[in-house]
Each structure stands twice: as C-alpha cells, then as structure tokens.
Design a protein around this ligand. Structure first.
Ligand code: GLC
Length: 615
C-alpha cells in the first residue's frame, strides 16, 4: 500500500512540478504554520519527564555514539552525521540506509516512542554518500540567477536524502560572503543579500517540497544565523582561522540589511530550522546572543521552528561548560549539536534546571518547537513514516537527476574573456590538447563537503570529469590529448587548461593570498608558448587573482566547483549551450582591493558583480 501511495504522490508531484516549471514562478510557503501543531505537541510535552525533555534537545554524532542505546538511556531527540561521519560498513546507499533505520528502531522503543530527527550536510546533493548526484556549490548556483533551477536542485537533493531515510538537511547556507578570503565563500550564493534571499528561499521550497509531511520532503536549515560571511579579517575563531568563526563589526542597521535580510525570505518560505553561527557580532557570540536569537529571530521575525547550535559551538560561549550551556539555552538554543560530550551535556542541563538557572519554561519552549517539527513531518504518524523508503533507491543518482545537475553546471559558468571568438569550439577539430591538474579529477571539480568533509582527489564518487566530457563531445575523428603540465600542445588546434583550487572546507579554506598556484600559471604559459589558442577553465571556490593568466588566455571561464557532471562544461565549450552565468561576486584586481563588494565607494574590480559574456 505504502508504495502505491508513494507512487500516486510521485505522479502528482511530477505533474505538479512539471506544470509549475512551465506555467508559474515557484510558490511561496504553502505549508501550515508550525504552531498549528501545538495541540498535539503540547499533549505529548505534558507526558514527558524532565530527562525526556532534555534528551529531545540533544543532537549527538552517529560516529561518536558511545553506545547506540544511549539513544534510549539519554532519550536523544536527534542524531547527525557530520562531514566525516560515515557508516562503519562503508559509504554506500545501502550502508547509510541501514544505519538510519537501525538508530530509528532504537528510538521507537523508548517509553514514548518519539522518533529521531537525523541531520546531515547535503549542501550540494547528498554528497556524503557514494553515487549521489553532486551539484555545483552555491557560488555556482548564484551565478545562474535562477531560483526555479535552485528549487529543482534542492528538490532532487531531498529525494536522494530520503532514499537513505535521512530527512534533515543542514542547508541552505544563506551566508552573504563579503570577503572571499573566507574558506566558506563557495557555500554562499553571493555578496548581494537580495540575491541570497531569493535563492535561499528557493532552496527551502525545494527541500520542503510543498510541505514537511511530504514523504519526498526534508527539513531545511537556514544557516548560519547571522553574519557568518561578514567577519573581519584576522578575527577568526579557534584553529588559527583568519576569518571563519570570527567577529562581525557592524552597526545594527548594516548587520540587519546584509546578514539578517536573507532569513526573512527563508522564514517566509517556511524553513523549519535555523542553525546559529559560530561567529560573533561586535564581540558577542551568536550562540549566546539572547537579543538576536529570542527577541529578533523568534520574536520580531516570528520564527516558530527549531534553533540549533553549530557543531560544539556551545563550548565557545564560556570557558566553563556548564555556564556556557546555561547562557546558550537561555539565549534561545532549542537543539544542541553536541557530537561527543552529549552525556555530560545531559547531566549539566539537568542540574541547571534543578538549580533554577535554566527555567522550565525555556525547556518547554525548546521541546515544543522540536515536537512541532516532528508532528509536521509526519514522524509521529507511525513507523511507516519513519523508516527509509527503499523504493526511492531507483531514483538515487539517476540519469534524470544528473541531467538537472548538468543543466546547473551549464548555467553556472561565467565567460570572462573570449578573444576572436575562440569559443565555442568546433567538435571536429583535428586535435584538442587538454592540460592541468583539475582536468581529470572528479574530487577537485566537486570541492569540499564531498564524500569527506574536506573533499578529496580522483574518482571519489560517480561522475564525469571535464576531460571525459570533452572526449565524449568531440567528433570521432578528433584527437584529444592530455598532459598535467601542459607539455605536448604544439600543433594542436586549441589547448584547454583546467586549473584552480584543491578542495577545502570551513576554516581550512581561509587564505590571506588568492593568487593562482605557480604550477597552474606555468601550465598556461607552456600552452601559450606552444603557439596555440588557449582556453582557461578555473575551478575555484571564489574569485582569485588571475591577471597574468588572463593576459595569456584567449578565452577564460570561471567554472567554480561544478560537481559530478562535467558534461555541463563541454556543453558550453562546444556551443551546444551559450554561457549565461553572471558573477555573483565582484572579481578583484589584486589582494589590496579585498574586501570589495558591489555598492562600495570607488568600486573598481577587474570584473564587476553581474559581469558575464555570452556567444
Ligand atoms: C560544521 C558547520 C556547519 C555544519 C555542521 C554539521 O562545523 O559549521 O555548517 O552543518 O558543522 O556538520
């Protein structure tokens, strides 16, 4: 019966989806407000002991569960898999689904049988899991300027997540990155808050797909509230970061206009959870910021869902952990992401309530919000709504999904230079010479948050490299040769250098210098010296300092971090589709100009916000 229901729903959704894509712009929030579930949530809340309430507020890390039955002992409300947290049995769709179902089975055998919320960072597809479709990172989606496409990308991401059972996505990141030296710039749609607001809301609609009770929808998380992308250079948090987790130094009006702005659209789109930023605002940690979390976010902006802390972020609020917990929970944190020390957290919060340092009303507000979401998602409607729907495995990594990712890649490419109509290339040239470390490396073209937190190199998952895509696209008689270092180009009709950044994530991507790698410059120079037209494709998580390479190039494409579908690059190289991407970030002439953002006085970038050529 369940499959029949899913089938009918799928047909309905597909029909609705097709119709929507053709006839009308994406809808705004179509779901009932979360507070409409309060009657059911309060009825359950009243049955709960203090221990059960506190347990609901704790999210532990799957890989660091000291005992899976801690879910019962500590009444855990949620589990996450962080960037490196894979199933013990490997990284397959099957292994992930087994882990999800086994942990839910334990939760269902607690006294009240309240299911877990299971969270993961599916920030560009369900990219922890081998074989998932890997979409362009947000900076590339920002270049598309296409909310409908973003909604479709995230609707597919939700389906591939549900294939493993996992139903809480710590996405979309709606950071407004204002200094590209920040390692998380590629997780931001743009430096422009209005563009971020539009695309962030589209992502929420895609993930929550017509309603949280839709078996193909997942809970979205707007993150990181607020100002994650606005920190001052040199104020970075722990691990010696330059910007990440640092301090935002802005007056309130500017802080709201730039960094709070996208949350208004996300809340209007019905986002069910919001993750709090590690960063500070004028010296006060957001995780302990009662004015911003309670007065502004929950009060003024009317957010009715779950406010979750970031990974061990509570530890940073105060040197004494118990005091840190007191400050964070009283500030308005509802769900604590406590990956390892969840047993200690449980005990300390219990003491804080018993000592009157955290009022029961605050605990009840937090648990009410968590239960609202669980009722809205249908998790309380019986086990068939909790366990994974394996019929969705057929759609996981499907050709249909990859086609949308390929479209996203095409639309994300920004053509910065095209002398003498070098592009598009003919498909029947005699010889095309391809060069550079990034030409045949799926891990490099996907970037961070892919299979592992920091990403990887080589064939880390399924997909098509740019070199493979070029080889597939050309006519049978055309020779495609390759060298990493650029040697062997002489005599070719054209040379293509694919160069750029190697994968990174979070603070490990903070850089004080965004110059290209000297080896990359040498590759382009070798091609130039071979006396052939040179096309440069830059794989990067942000604008870089490219002046000398730009000078040598006849054509230059910013490809960002395209993900698994390299065919989208070939589609534009050979003119099957013209480039339409527009810069979502200002492109600096030199490091001295950074930070540089549209709207600055004496704004004089190498390429302005919104720049992009076409054929
Ligand atoms: C990380 C990131 C956050 C992510 C969370 C769980 O530190 O800041 O974006 O969702 O931890 O992996």
């Amino acid at each position: 019966m369940k499959h029949l229901v899913i089938g009918c729903l799928m047909l309905g959704l597909v029909a609705a989806g097709c119709q929507k894509a053709e006839q009308q712009p994406p809808s705004t929030a179509a779901f009932p407000p979360l507070s409409s579930y309060d009657e059911q949530a309060r009825a359950l809340l009243e049955q709960m002991t203090l221990e059960e309430k506190i347990g609901q507020m704790i999210q532990a890390e799957q890989a660091f569960l000291q005992d899976p039955y801690d879910i019962q002992t500590y009444h855990l409300g949620s589990i996450l898999s962080g960037g490196n947290s894979d199933p013990a049995d490997g990284n397959s769709l099957e292994a992930w689904t087994e882990v999800y179902d086994s942990l839910q089975a334990i939760a269902l055998r607690t006294r009240l049988g309240i299911p877990l919320l299971y969270g993961i960072d599916a920030v560009h597809g369900h990219s922890n899991v081998e074989g998932a479709v890997v979409f362009p990172h947000h900076i590339g989606l920002g270049a598309t300027r296409d909310p409908d496409l973003v909604e479709r990308v995230y609707r597919i991401t939700a389906i591939e997540m549900r294939a493993t059972g996992i139903h809480w996505n710590f996405a979309p990141c709606i950071a407004v990155a204002r200094d590209e030296r920040w390692g998380r710039t590629y997780e931001s749609f743009s430096e422009d808050p209005e563009l971020v607001a539009t695309l962030g809301a589209a992502a929420v609609r895609g993930l929550q797909n017509g309603g949280l009770n839709n078996p193909l929808a997942v809970l979205a998380t707007a993150k990181h509230f607020a100002g994650d992308g606005g920190t001052a250079f040199g104020t970075g948090g722990p691990q010696g970061a330059l910007l990440d987790q640092g301090d935002v130094r802005l007056d309130e009006a500017t802080f709201r206009r730039i960094h709070v702005r996208p949350y208004i659209d996300a809340i209007q789109a019905g986002v069910g959870s919001i993750m709090v930023s590690y960063s500070s605002w004028n010296g006060v940690k957001m995780t302990g910021h009662k004015y911003m979390l309670t007065d502004v976010l929950k009060g003024e902006l009317g957010f009715e869902g779950i406010v979750i802390s970031d990974y061990n972020a509570i530890d940073q609020v105060h040197p004494d952990y118990k005091t840190a917990i007191e400050i964070a929970i009283n500030a308005g944190i509802d769900m604590a992401m406590v990956p390892t020390r969840y047993r200690e957290f449980f005990q300390l919060l219990k003491e804080l309530v018993e000592e009157g340092r955290v009022p029961m009303e605050r605990i009840d507000d937090a648990v009410l919000r968590i239960l609202r979401v669980k009722f809205a998602m249908g998790l309380m409607d019986g086990p068939e709504h909790v366990f994974a729907d394996r019929s969705l495995w057929a759609k996981f990594g499907s050709a249909e999904h990859r086609a949308v990712a390929r479209e996203a890649v095409r639309k994300s490419l920004v053509l910065l230079k095209n002398e003498n109509q070098t592009l598009p290339l003919a498909k029947d040239l005699g010889r095309i010479h391809v060069a550079g470390l990034h030409a045949d490396n799926l891990g490099y073209q996907a970037g961070g948050w892919t299979i592992d937190w920091q990403g990887g190199s080589g064939d880390i998952t399924e997909g098509t490299t740019i070199l493979e895509a070029i080889r597939k696209a050309v006519a049978p008689g055309t020779e495609v040769t390759y060298s990493e270092d650029g040697s062997g180009a002489a005599g070719a009709d054209v040379a293509i250098a694919v160069i750029g950044e190697r994968p990174y994530a979070e603070f490990l991507g903070d850089r004080s210098d965004l110059s290209l790698d000297p080896d990359d410059v040498a590759v382009v120079r070798r091609l130039k010296e071979a006396g052939v037209p040179v096309v440069v494709i830059l794989i990067s998580g942000r604008p870089m300092i490219i002046n000398d390479v730009l000078e040598m190039a006849d054509a230059f494409i910013a490809a960002w971090l395209p993900g698994s579908e390299g065919d989208g690059v070939a589609d534009v190289l050979f003119g099957d589709y013209a480039p339409t991407g527009k810069l979502p970030f200002s492109w600096p002439r030199s490091m001295d100009q950074i930070p540089i953002n549209v709207g600055d006085e004496d704004y004089d970038p190498l390429f302005p916000f919104g720049y992009g050529l076409t054929y």
